[in-house]
Design a binder for this molecule. Structure first.
Ligand code: G3H
Ligand code: 13P
Ligand code: NA
Ligand code: ZN
Length: 328
């Protein structure tokens, strides 16, 4: 059944678990996520990015998610719009039937330029008024995602800032987080703690200086009733990187957010965990391996089946690790 983000994250907070929010662009991703959620009896968040809307089209995405709701009526599903860059984008998603939207006012309408606090409050509050009138939840963001190692935002997803971000911009201030929640009334708050979008998050396994889990704890202490959101939370599985590179890929050494660090976040108020890259890596690894080992196959369903299985494996692992399994 379709559910609002607020309902689901309130349940997650009461029961001390986190919910992965997976980005969806096509049938195989939706099926992989739903089959995994069904097998372990988990609620789930399906989210559509601007890139997904451009790739599949809003109507196709909407109907894919509606099909999931129909086929798995016993699974709570949040239909979420990821990274809206303006109130108009969010308004359109509300009209389409999304049960939750993200107004990312930490960046301007170009999705790249960091904004000031007043702008962020202004656009986010506008969306909260609009969304709440329709029973739709709102996620806001304070602070900019970016690498504490390099000062760069993620590259491959088009959300990267033009220039470098300062250390302060990339670590959400607990004071600002508190006033932002009071000034806007958001249902969930995305915070910046050193993660970035895409596969190239860290050049080495992250330690506290580049992945600030301690900052999550400080923010949670200050606003214990706010549901926190971690973007850029792919773990970048080394085993999938190895498979991609074994079968013709060329992905340089890189590290993601370890699952144990996310679990630590979940103990301290993180309720929504955004994952896109891990499903992309598993999917690509499975396709490369299948086609390398089955050189005469040309029916796409042949490689789309192992790709779906690979994504399903990641989804199940995360649902189990975050305590989402068994909560449907
Ligand atoms: O927000 C970032 C997500 O990974 C979606 O990226 O715009 O390439 O679909 P995308
Ligand atoms: P990853 O690139 O780490 O999967 O993050 C996805 C995300 O934050 C989508 O909003
Ligand atoms: Na989002
Ligand atoms: Zn994100």
């Amino acid at each position: 059944a379709l559910m609002s983000m607020r309902q689901l994250l309130d349940h997650a907070a009461e029961n001390g678990y986190g919910v992965p929010a997976f980005n969806v662009n096509n049938l195989e991703q939706v099926r992989a996520i739903m089959e995994a959620a069904n097998e372990v009896n988990s609620p789930v968040i399906l989210q559509a990015s601007a890139g997904a809307r451009k790739y599949a089209g809003s109507n196709f995405l909407r109907h894919l998610i509606l099909a999931a709701i129909e086929e798995f009526p016993h699974i709570p599903i949040v239909m979420h719009q990821d990274h809206g860059v303006t109130p108009a984008v969010c308004q359109r998603s509300i009209q389409l039937g999304f049960s939750s939207v993200m107004m990312d006012g930490s960046l301007g309408p170009d999705g790249k330029t960091p904004t000031d606090y007043e702008y962020n409050v202004d656009v986010t509050r506008t969306v909260v008024q609009m969304a709440h009138a329709c029973g739709v939840s709102v996620e806001g963001e304070i602070g900019c995602l970016g690498s504490l190692e390099t000062g760069m935002a993620g590259e491959e997803d088009g959300i990267g800032a033009e220039g470098k971000l300062s250390h302060d911009q990339m670590l959400t201030s607990p004071e600002e987080a508190e006033s932002f929640v009071n000034d806007t009334g958001v249902d969930a708050l995305a915070i910046a703690v050193g993660t970035s979008h895409g596969a190239y998050k860290f050049t080495r396994p992250p330690t506290g200086d580049i992945l600030a889990v301690s900052r999550i704890k400080e923010i949670h202490k200050r606003i214990p009733n706010t549901h926190l959101v971690m973007h850029g939370s792919s773990s970048v599985p080394q085993e999938w990187l190895a498979i991609i590179n074994e079968f013709g890929g060329e992905i340089p050494e890189t590290y993601g957010v370890p699952v144990e660090e996310i679990q630590e976040g979940i103990k301290h108020g993180v309720r929504k965990v955004n994952i896109d890259t891990d499903l992309r890596l598993a999917s690509t690894g499975a396709v490369r391996k299948f086609l390398a080992e089955n050189k005469s196959e040309f029916d796409p369903r042949k490689f789309l089946i192992p790709t779906t299985q690979a994504m399903k494996g990641i989804v199940k692992d995360r649902l189990e690790a975050f305590g989402t399994a068994g909560q449907a």
